[in-house]
Ligand binder design. Structure first.
Ligand SMILES: *[C@@H]1O[C@H](CO)[C@@H](O)[C@H](O)[C@H]1NC(C)=O
Ligand SMILES: *[C@@H]1O[C@H](CO)[C@@H](O)[C@H](O)[C@H]1NC(C)=O
Ligand SMILES: *[C@@H]1O[C@H](CO)[C@@H](O)[C@H](O)[C@H]1NC(C)=O
Length: 506
């Protein structure tokens, strides 16, 4: 057995205010033992032999989390069975998860009430033994009536198969079940016939909402939960990293800050698929882990004490007139302060188009030792004031990019994005490509006027280190400004990632 009680020194940003209710949360980034032949059907017995190996590892971590006082522990998506199954090859792994709204069941206390529920029983006993709330992800089979009601769209084999989060209370009771709504190329699973909004209550922190992986980019259920005053979200994921804008940890904290919520994010670790990056995020703090390619493929347990966020804040906030708010960050510079954001000063520097995240961004280069730049994609404009504090022009090229449109590769969603990126080399055509390292540092103010309230800010420094933006400002007219002074490491990406959910279906 490996050095068991090593408490990892993970990166923690931010402080906990005193006098606020708080709780201890844990997430485990698990190097899932995969089925090497996921497309070949296997017996229930063989499926159970496989999942027990993962469950043994997860149980070790539950013990460690409990020793550190964790009250809630989150395991990743696909962390028990692995991925890449077909509809039929996953069959041996499926269990029917009863609806906790319909029946109260403690699988550990009453294992024989339902057949074929070994995974549920094991998880329930884990929650009970270590006296913590446990969130895990598994595969659920729900039989459906083939003929009675054709409108239910029951699949032709008479069963739904869902990618599912299950939650057990600290005495082992099954308290919540959530079926993933936004599937990401998962042929083994169905989209549930109705988008589910699932929450559960805890005695230590009130309400939590459940989402899974790709869900985080969409209105349902994620933003719907937030709009219902759910301020603590649980996010099992199997996230394939994509720089410069959607690395796991980058978007996790960006979402937490942009939506003003706590996010408990547990990713799978798998180098071949580019999966790593987990954390415990509040709008003011981040405790996270991001492995580097080539690091030993080990799991990582993160434990942090975080404040309970006031569920009534959202309601108060929507009642408040935000135009009467804080003094402006950029009183001198921003053209956006006038009412004519759509009418920016004509750029005096050449704009070029380069692909970033498969989208045609408009870019301008940061050629000077500092100054101001504007770049527009149509009428959507991004503005930057910058001043280098460290920069070798011969070595590192940077650009300011803007994109307003619908992303269509590997998912379809409408975005407006402003981003400062380090280009992959010193050619403009490399701007927008993936880069992980940088040495240049700058003071900057990045802003845009967005046609959405949903803008997620991030500052990503060299070698996948997150920085907390020094100052963020949002005004009622959609202007979002992010100010930051010299990153402790080189700057890789500074971004304002806006989602225009209302356009997704057009
Ligand atoms: C799934 O399998 C296909 C081929 O069988 C492979 O190309 C792909 O990378 C696999 N994806 C995952 C997530 O393992
Ligand atoms: C479980 O399976 C056994 C054997 O197939 C069957 O006799 C029993 O009725 C089942 N129990 C339940 C609760 O479905
Ligand atoms: C986030 O919520 C807290 C209350 O939990 C509130 O005080 C704060 O102003 C909110 N932040 C923003 C940017 O709205």
């Amino acid at each position: 057995m490996r050095p068991f009680l090593l408490i990892f020194a993970c990166i923690r940003l931010g402080q906990l205010e005193s006098g606020v209710d708080s709780y201890v949360a844990a997430v485990y980034e698990h190097t899932v033992i995969v089925n090497p032949e996921p497309r070949v059907p296997l017996s229930r017995l063989d499926a159970l032999r496989h999942v027990q190996r993962n469950l043994d590892m997860l149980e070790e971590q539950a013990a460690l989390a409990a020793l550190q006082g964790a009250q809630i522990l989150v395991f990743p998506e696909d962390g028990i069975h692995g991925f890449n199954y077909t509809r039929s090859s996953i069959y041996g792994y499926l269990e029917t998860v009863p609806d906790p709204q319909q029946e109260s069941w403690n699988p550990c206390e009453e294992p024989h009430r339902h057949n074929n529920t070994e995974v549920l029983q094991r998880l329930s006993c884990m929650a009970r033994r270590y006296n913590l709330y446990l969130v895990a992800n598994m595969a659920d089979l729900q039989p459906c009536p083939l003929k009675t009601d054709p409108s239910t769209a029951c699949p032709s084999d008479g069963r739904w198969q869902f990618n599912t989060n299950v939650v057990f209370s600290s005495d082992g009771l099954l308290v919540a079940r959530y079926h993933k709504h936004n599937l990401y190329f998962e042929e083994s699973f169905n989209t549930p016939p109705r988008a589910e909004i699932v929450t559960f209550e805890t005695p230590f922190a009130g309400k939590f909402g459940l989402i899974i992986c790709f869900d985080i980019l969409f209105k349902h259920p994620t933003v719907t939960l937030v709009e219902k005053d759910v301020r603590q979200l649980i996010f099992p994921t199997a996230w394939m990293n994509q720089l410069p804008l959607l690395d796991s940890i980058q978007f996790q904290w960006a979402f937490s800050m942009g939506a003003n919520v706590t996010l408990l994010a547990a990713n799978v670790r798998n180098d071949r698929l580019g999966m790593t990056g987990s954390g415990i995020y509040t709008p003011s703090s981040a405790t996270y882990h991001h492995a580097k390619r080539g690091d030993p493929e080990e799991g990582r347990l993160l434990v942090a004490r975080v404040p309970v966020l006031d569920p009534l804040w959202g309601r108060q906030n929507t009642a408040v007139d935000t135009t009467a708010s804080t003094p402006s960050l950029a009183a001198t510079a921003a053209y956006c302060h006038t009412d004519s954001c759509a009418d920016p000063p004509p750029p005096t520097y050449p704009t070029f188009t380069s692909s970033m995240m498969h989208d045609p961004f408009k870019f301008v280069l940061l050629k000077e030792s500092g100054g101001e730049l504007t770049v527009c994609d149509g009428t959507f404009c991004c503005h930057l004031q910058y001043k280098w504090t460290a920069h070798d022009k011969q070595k590192e090229l940077y650009a300011l990019g803007a994109f307003s449109g619908t992303h269509t590769v590997n998912g379809r969603y409408a975005v407006q994005v402003c981003a400062v990126v380090r280009c992959a080399d010193t050619e403009a055509s490399s701007c927008g490509q993936e880069v992980e390292e940088a040495e240049s540092k700058m003071d900057f103010l990045l802003e845009g006027r967005f046609e959405t309230r949903h803008v997620y800010p991030a500052v990503l420094a060299s070698r996948l280190v997150l920085e907390k933006p020094e100052q963020l400002e949002t005004t009622a007219d959609g202007r979002v400004a992010m100010k930051h002074s010299s990153t402790t490491r080189g700057l890789v990406t500074a971004s304002l990632y806006g989602r225009r959910y209302h356009l997704d279906d057009e």
